[in-house]
Structures are given as C-alpha cells and as structure tokens.
Design a protein around this ligand. Structure first.
Ligand code: SF4
Length: 690
C-alpha cells in the first residue's frame, strides 16, 4: 500500500482507512471506571430528573446503571444542585452503586467548583463556561481576543486546580450550537470553531499540568459532528495530545430518527477507530439510551477480536490478508478531504441516477406477493382499487428489485423495476424495467445490454481484476457495490477511492445485507414492557445500516442505497433507507425534529410535547423544528432549526423563528396552535392529505 498517499488522504484523524484500528488515547481516571487507552468503549447517559429530587434522581440513576450505563451525568445548574450531588452520591453508594457521577455545568463556574469536590468528573461547555452569550461584539482584535482568553483563564483555573486536588476528571464538551461570541467572530459556527473552542480550554489545562481530560464535539447535524471530531483528532495529534473522545449527536430526537441520526454520527467515527465513550441522546427515558449505545459499540469489540485472531493466523501461517482491500490510493486532499463535505462527481445515468440527482433507494420485493398491487404500499406506493391508481407517499422508493419474479399487475410509472439479467432479457415489454448483471454476465460476449440503464453487481476487490479492465464503459452503467468484509464500510470506501483515483465517474448504489441472530430484546419501550424480537432487529438494522451507509454518505459517496434484510418487513427497510438519507442530509423526505433528551432543567413533559408536535407537523417535509427543554441552552442547541418550541418556565413556552424569539412565555396549552400559526404566516404550511 502506498502509505504516503493514504496519509495525505486521511490527514491524521485515524490510524487506518482500510482496517479497523482503534485510535489509542491517554487513559483517564474517572472513579474506578477508567476511560481511554485499552479500556472498552464506555457507555453513559444523563438523568432527566430535577437534581433537587434526590430520590427521583437516585432511582433513575439505578435504572440507568442496570440498563448498562457506566457513568451517570446529572445537571448542576446552580450551587444548590451541585451541593445536592453529595446526597445523591451517598444514597447511591448506600444502595451499592459505585457508578462514577458526572456534573453537567453550563454558565456557572461556582457550581462547577462545588461539584468538582463531590463527583468523579465535571463537564464544562467552553462556549458558556465563563461567557454569557451577548452577541454584542462581532469583531475582536488580536489584543481583545487575547484579553478574553486571559479573563477566561482566571475564571477557569480555580476549577482545574480543584480537579487536580480531588482527582476529578473533566470533559471539555463543545457544542456546535453554543460557541462563544469570541469563537464565532473568528471561525463562525464551523467544525474548526468547535475544535478551537475546546483547544483553548485544553491548552489552559495543560498550562496548569492537568491532563485528566475527555473531549467532545457534539452537533445535531451528524455531518458537522463527524468533521469536528476528525479535525479535533488531527489537531490533537499535531499538538502531541491524545485525549479520550466522548461521542454523541445532540438533540437526535426519538424513535427511529433518533437511532438513525445517532448511528450516522457516532457509528461513522467508531468505524474509523475513534471514540472512548458513547452517549446516545434520545428524547426517551434515559434508561432507553444505554441499550442503544451498547448495540452500537458491540460490533467493535468483535472487530478487535477478529483482527487479533487474523494477525495470529498470519504470524503462524504468513498468510495473505483476507479481509483487507489490496487497493492503493493516490488521492490528494483536494480530491477528497475528510474535513469537508464534497459529493463525489458522477455522471447521470438514464437521467435518473447519479449526477446532481438525490441518492436513489432500492427495495427488494422479490419474495413478496406479486399478485397483489397492495404489496407496493411498503415501498411507498398506495394503491386505490376504487380509482385503480397509485398515490405516492413522502417516502416512495425509486427502484424495486424483483429478481426472477414477474408481477401480475401494472406498476406505477415512477418506480423502476429491476430484474436479474436472464429474466429481463426475456421480458416482452421492457418499459421501466432494467437488468441487474453480475460482472461476468456484463462482460460476456454477446450480452444483451440495455441502451438506458445497466446495473452491475460488484465487490471492491473486483476493481483489481481483469474482468473490470474489460468492462465496456458508457453512461448506462451503474455499479451495485456489495461487500462481505467484516469492516464492510472501509472495504466499500476503498472502492470509491480507487474509482476517484482512476477518474471513473460511474454512479454507485451502495448495497449492504444484514442477518440478525434470533435474540430477545433487552430494549424497553416507553411503557417499560419488553419489546419483541422484531423490534430488536428493527433497531439493530437502523443502527448498523445507518453506520455502514451513513459513514459513506457523509463523505459524499453513493448515488443510491440498497438495504437487504430478508427478516424484516419491506416498510421497515424503506423507512430506514429514507431515514439514513435524511440524517446525512443527502435527501430530505420528512420533517426534521431536533429535540433535546431533556434533563433536570426541563420544565415540561418533553416526550409528550414532541409527540404532539410530531402528530400535527410530520407532513411538513423539509422543515426543521427544534423542541428544547429549557431557555438556557435550548436556543443555542437547536442550531439550524427553522422553528423552535422552547420551555421558558413552568407551563410556559417561547416560540422561535430561526434564532429569533417571536412569542415569549406563552401558555404551553396554546403553544402548538401558535407555532402552527407562525408556520402558516410564513407560507410554510400545507394541509395534510388524508
Ligand atoms: S436543552 Fe434540554 S438537555 Fe439541554 S440543558 Fe436544556 S433541558 Fe437540558
């Protein structure tokens, strides 16, 4: 492998682009559960109770630990809550729970200084630790900027010294939505600004010889979050640092959306060996978060094991590497930078896929009842027998794969049918029907190819083969890229690198196949009853497909996606595919909810409010609605939402249009109607179709 070229491409954000290799960080002591180094990737979550409700917080913490949390974070908005952490800790210890506690601090250095003497770790947000956001200064001279840093150092140093004295760890937790005016003035709300925001605080800690640090770079936009973590690692390596990484996507939402969005962000980084602890933020009960995080990280323990076994076998047999791609890369950062989004340039095939088109979705219906037009409902086409016509749902797939099965009804014209080559060849009417070839079939002499669109199944290693070299290239060709490698994302990514290196602009549909063990779920629904096997498999499909496909889409790779999961209903696969495209912002098909997970600052039932808002606005495709538990952090955290519903007091809500508060402290009973009124005023409302 041309290692120089690989280094050029990857910068220094990960050890390897082709095999799983964990980025080894400094070990940090957090109570008796160390993080980083060779420790397992730790699982954590945050309570949602009022911190002054000691027993409520203790009970909830216990439920979280029992669900798999290895650290419990609790908000400490003021000194009294910080002091009450001592009582919470005492009660937990009396009940036999030694879980390290983390105090979550925003705006209140004095609360942090109290908490740091009590708990095992404090989290500070460098965007608001010593700053109230005033937005009254846009430009800072170098001197003013330096003056600000000195002012912050004076406020921050006492906390660092307390942490040193008490052996308390610290997370420097940057959030995309709450960068300081100082950072915004110089870097804007960019990944670079997020990194610099943390680096300022890290450098102050190092000046004070304090190194018990963990770093996070969260955003509700997985693409921004991924770029920020990569840039952070690169920057740390440049400055000789290797602090552990806490991974999370903020305000991910609930249910399917929350799981997919979290997996796109967190999973993408885990795939490249980054991350020492994971917090999945869902607008659900906090004990629902740990099982999701556990499923996300479980795969990497298996990969480490597989890698160890493979290395052992190689040492013994001097065998060739089996799962690693033999590809070499000669890309420059200009061609593909991991720190900014750039869609891979492809041609448009049949004016339908590639080029500037949104990524297409393929669903396999070959095993379904193809005598009944209602089968297309799961692919987003609703058949009306009365009118004998189809209506398209918001999420209607572009291709349906039928293999060798022939339907006994007429398909809607918007969806293209894909057949295996032999079956396609025999079709009397090929309108809207396209062949799927193996590589060997496609290059065979006398092959009957479509003049419009030909899909060819391929695996990454094929690109080195003689068959690949003899492919007839024209603008009808689209690859269906498959993999059986354990680290399939990297295997498929290698193929994209190689295509770029060869200057081939062939559109690629990324295909992944999933089989799940029969396993009863440990996941609990909101009513705390065990969910069934189907729900467990559905969740894992969302997590794994979002990781594997999302990690490529956030880097601009892929003109289509095809998820194969025979055990799951087609509607689950359709919805997962569109959810991944939405989370990677590559194809918007529904309303986006940026809802916080809630915490002790929340002043209303966020889960109920989220469901209410969703029930009336879920048809507003493309709108982003922020639903935030508190006015202190909510407006900053909801980042680029079009509208915001933010708790501002008991039963009081403030509504936002973008970043502007347009209705302050209105009754929560009317808030949703008022929000809809604002959306209507702006001309962004459409009536829901029945
Ligand atoms: S925005 Fe939500 S999670 Fe964040 S501090 Fe406020 S209530 Fe807590």
């Amino acid at each position: 492998m041309n290692t120089d070229a690989v280094k050029l491409l990857q910068g220094r954000y990960c050890n390897s682009l082709t095999e799983y290799s964990r980025f080894i960080t400094r070990e940090v002591n957090i109570g008796d559960v160390p993080m980083g180094g060779n420790n397992p990737i730790r699982i954590q979550s945050m309570t949602t109770t009022d911190t002054m409700d000691t027993m409520g917080t203790v009970e909830q913490s216990i439920r979280m630990v029992d669900a798999g949390c290895e650290y419990v974070r609790i908000t400490a908005p003021s000194i009294k809550e910080a002091q009450n952490l001592a009582e919470i800790k005492k009660q937990l210890r009396q009940r036999g729970y030694n879980v390290p506690l983390v105090a979550d601090i925003h705006f209140t250095p004095n609360a942090a200084e109290v908490a740091a003497r009590i708990v095992e770790k404090v989290r500070v947000n460098p965007g608001n630790y010593a700053d109230k956001k005033k937005f009254d200064q846009i430009d800072y001279t170098d001197q003013e900027y330096q003056g600000e840093l000195e002012r912050i150092y004076k406020k921050f140093a006492p906390l660092v010294n307390i942490c040193k004295e008490y052996g308390t760890a610290m997370r420097i937790g940057t959030n995309h939505g709450s960068l300081s005016d100082r950072i915004m003035s110089r870097y804007g709300d960019t990944p670079q600004g997020m990194v610099e925001s943390a680096m300022e605080f890290i450098r102050m800690c190092e000046t004070l010889n304090y190194y018990n640090l963990v770093i996070s770079m969260k955003s509700s936009n997985p693409q921004v979050m991924v770029q920020a973590y990569r840039l952070l690692v690169d920057t740390m390596v440049t400055e000789g640092m290797n602090y552990p990484l806490h991974l999370g996507v903020t305000e991910a939402g609930d249910g399917e959306d929350g799981r997919i969005k979290s997996a796109v962000g967190i999973g993408t980084l885990l795939e490249d060996g980054l991350g020492d602890t994971v917090r999945v933020s869902l607008t659900e009960e906090p004990e629902a978060e740990a099982p999701v995080a556990i499923e996300l990280v479980k795969r990497y323990a298996l990969r480490e094991k597989a890698k160890g076994e493979r290395r052992k076998a190689e040492d013994n047999n001097n065998a060739d590497e089996k799962n690693l791609s033999p590809l070499t890369f000669h890309l420059s950062p200009q061609q593909h930078s991991p720190y900014e989004y750039k869609k891979r340039h492809t041609y448009e095939a049949n004016a339908f896929i590639g080029g500037h088109m949104v990524p297409r979705v393929v669903v396999d219906l070959s095993a379904k009842n193809l005598k009944d037009p209602a089968v297309l409902k799961d692919a987003g086409y609703l058949y009306s027998p009365l009118l004998d016509k189809y209506n398209m749902a918001e999420q209607s797939v572009d291709f349906v794969y039928l293999a060798d099965e022939l339907p006994s009804f007429v398909f809607p014209s918007n969806v293209k049918q894909l057949y295996s080559y032999n079956t396609w060849q025999k079709l009397a009417d090929k309108t809207n029907c396209h062949p799927v070839f193996s590589l060997a079939e496609y290059i065979a002499p006398g092959t009957d190819r479509s003049s419009k669109l030909n899909l060819v199944r391929i695996v990454p290693a094929d690109i080195e083969s003689d068959e690949f070299g003899s492919l007839p290239f024209d603008n009808s060709l689209v690859f269906v890229l498959e993999t059986t490698a354990l680290h399939g994302m990297a295997d498929q990514r290698s193929f994209f690198f190689k295509l770029e290196e060869l200057g081939l602009e062939i559109p690629v549909i990324i295909k992944r196949s999933y089989e799940f063990e029969n396993q009863k779920s440990k996941v609990k629904n909101q009513n705390d009853s065990p969910t069934n096997d189907l729900e467990f498999k559905t969740q894992n499909l969302q997590l794994y497909a979002a990781t594997d496909l999302g990690a490529l889409l956030v880097d601009g790779f892929g003109d289509g996606i095809w998820i194969d999961a025979p055990e799951l209903p087609a509607n689950v696969i359709t919805s997962t595919a569109f959810g991944i495209l939405q989370a990677t912002r590559s194809r918007i098909s529904k309303t986006e909810y940026i809802s916080c997970p809630s915490c002790g600052r929340t002043l209303f039932d966020l889960m109920v409010a989220t469901q209410m808002i969703r029930s009336r606005t879920s048809h507003l495709k493309g709108l982003k609605i922020g639903i935030m538990g508190c006015i202190v952090n909510g407006p900053g955290e909801m980042a680029d939402a079009d509208y915001g519903y933010v708790g501002s007091g008991t039963d009081k809500v403030t509504l936002y249009r973008g970043k502007e508060a347009v209705k302050k402290n209105i009754s929560s009973a009317n808030a949703l109607d008022e929000l809809i009124g604002i959306i209507k005023e702006d001309g962004n409302w459409v009536e829901q179709e029945n």
